[in-house]
Design a protein around this ligand. Structure first.
Ligand code: NAD
Length: 474
């Protein structure tokens, strides 16, 4: 689209949504549920279109799209439909004796005009789940899907145009220019999912208008294998969550910390686990219908450079290493003898490369994790609750899972999000509703004499005695 045309569309819709945002303030739970139900039904009846779009974008396997894009959206919609009435109710809070005669409650009002900026790696899920939250809270929405998955973005646009008037929800397609045109607008709330680097740009823009932000970012999510872990079980769960979506998952295990004495046994189990997932009839993994591709050539080159750098600097290729440039195919790749200074340990990998680092003592592993920016997720494998408790207490991460990976993302009652470098704010279910709502504290006072009237000036001895009592007893 012509940039000037896109900018004028942004301006026009932003103004249109202002009046509608006022209207949405008084919308009922039933009205919002109806909007979310229409979205739910559209997704269910266009399952194949969604799968086709994602296959066209980066050869995402159909079943993976069902599990990681369609299911999370349907589940988010159903959970919200079931609970919204309750979430929207004013919540009475207790009244202390100093507030005698008053009542107080928290009332949930929509923040107003919201913007959702989505990434490419789960391009449907990560644009539409926040939309469910925004609608549940009663916000108007402008969505900017990722330019890197154009088929999915076009489908999202079609869906939104079929379901909603643009004064309520509108999709603006495009890359940097579209993002910049949108970020120049004084949105009441911005929900951004993407990299920490762009997250900073978003937060800077929001600060110009003091708009609130939810930043769902990334980072290097570690896996810690304890000495008593079941290695076969751990390997299978790590392999299945690492290599889904070809490793391009914000909460994918990024690197593994394993006791040195167990490393070889763990690598053997991991290799077997990978083969059991993707090798059919002895054929290479590139023949598997269940293994995806890297989104584009830029990321394909970035990932290959990481592997080359690691090997040049002394890492051992314990599995994989094969790539097919014409298909953006990179085999699941395991690296051992990895050092902190290697490229693969610098930034989030976001691809099917899994570095393995050894440790001798658990505190050494925890110190290593604590030296890095706080990750989006942390995974620990152990049979001992005490050991798991120790690991979770001594580290900070957006979320954590024991004896599995990634699953906390789809638990409807858990807040999802990062901490500091991996994100600000939480999403999903009730937490998503709260993120798009202003929690207004409302105090109702009686007319005339109240508990605080005796404290009005002019102050005198008697009033000071009351104040002394207040300071002492309340
Ligand atoms: P990205 O930050 O490059 O892009 C995200 C969005 O921001 C896109 O829509 C893009 O068009 C826009 N954008 C890019 N550059 C911009 C700029 N300079 N100014 C304004 N907008 C800009 O991220 P990505 O490559 O699409 O996604 C990968 C990243 O997202 C990884 O770091 C991953 O961990 C993270 N991620 C986080 C979550 C989560 O839920 N926390 C989920 C998925 C991905």
């Amino acid at each position: 689209m012509d940039i000037e045309l896109m900018k004028s569309q942004v301006n026009e819709v932003f103004d249109l949504q202002k009046a509608h945002a006022f209207k949405m303030r008084t919308s009922s739970a039933e009205e919002r549920i109806q909007l979310i139900r229409s979205l739910h039904d559209w997704v269910l009846s266009h399952r194949q279109d969604i799968k086709d779009a994602m296959f066209a974008d980066y050869r995402k396997p159909f079943t993976e799209t069902d599990i990681t894009e369609i299911y999370p959206v349907l589940s988010e919609a159903k959970h919200t439909i079931k609970n919204l009435k309750n979430w929207m109710k004013n919540k009475r809070v207790p009244t202390p004796v100093t507030f005698l005669g008053t009542t107080a409650s928290i009332q949930y009002e929509p923040k107003g005009r919201s913007l959702i900026i989505a990434p490419w790696n789960y391009p449907f899920n990560l644009a539409i789940c926040p939309l469910v939250s925004a609608l549940s809270a009663g916000c108007t929405v402008m969505i900017k899907p990722s330019e890197m998955t154009p088929h999915t973005s076009a489908l999202i646009k079609t869906m939104i145009e079929e379901l909603f008037d643009k004064k309520l929800v509108c999709v603006i397609e495009g890359g940097l220019e579209a993002s910049q045109a949108l970020l120049a607008k004084p949105f009441d709330h911005i929900f951004f999912t993407g990299s920490p680097a762009v997250g900073k740009i978003v937060m800077r823009s929001a600060s110009e208008h003091l708009g609130s932000v939810t930043l769902e970012l990334g980072g290097k999510s570690p896996v810690i294998i304890e000495k008593d872990a079941d290695l076969k079980d751990a390997a299978k769960k790590i392999a299945s969550t690492k290599f889904i979506n070809c490793g391009q998952t914000c909460v994918a295990p990024d690197f593994i910390l394993v006791p040195k004495s167990m490393r070889d046994e763990f690598v053997k189990n991991l290799n077997e686990a990978i083969d059991s997932l993707y090798v059919v009839d002895g054929l290479g993994i590139e023949k598997s219908a269940d293994y995806g591709r890297i989104v584009n050539e830029r990321h394909f080159n970035r990932l290959n450079q990481m592997v080359e750098d690691a090997i040049t600097n002394g890492a051992t290729l314990a599995k994989g290493g094969k790539n097919i440039p014409a298909e953006n195919f990179i085999e699941p790749t395991i690296l051992t003898m990895v050092k902190e200074s290697m490229l693969v340990m610098e930034d989030e990998i976001f691809g099917p490369i899994l570095p393995i680092l050894d440790y001798e003592d658990i505190d050494e592993a925890l110190d290593f994790v604590n030296k890095m920016p706080k990750p989006l997720a942390l995974y620990a494998f152990s049979k001992s609750d005490k050991k798991l408790g120790y690991i979770f207490k001594k580290t900070s991460s957006g979320g954590a899972v024991s004896n599995d990976c990634v699953l906390h993302f789809i638990h409807p009652e858990l807040p999802f999000g990062g901490v500091n470098n991996s994100g600000i704010g939480k999403s999903h279910g009730h937490f998503g509703f709260l993120e798009f709502s202003n929690q207004k504290g409302v105090l109702k006072q009686r007319v005339g004499f109240t508990a605080v009237t005796p404290l009005f000036p002019p102050y005198n001895k008697a009033k000071e005695m009351i104040i002394d009592g207040l300071l002492k007893w309340f």
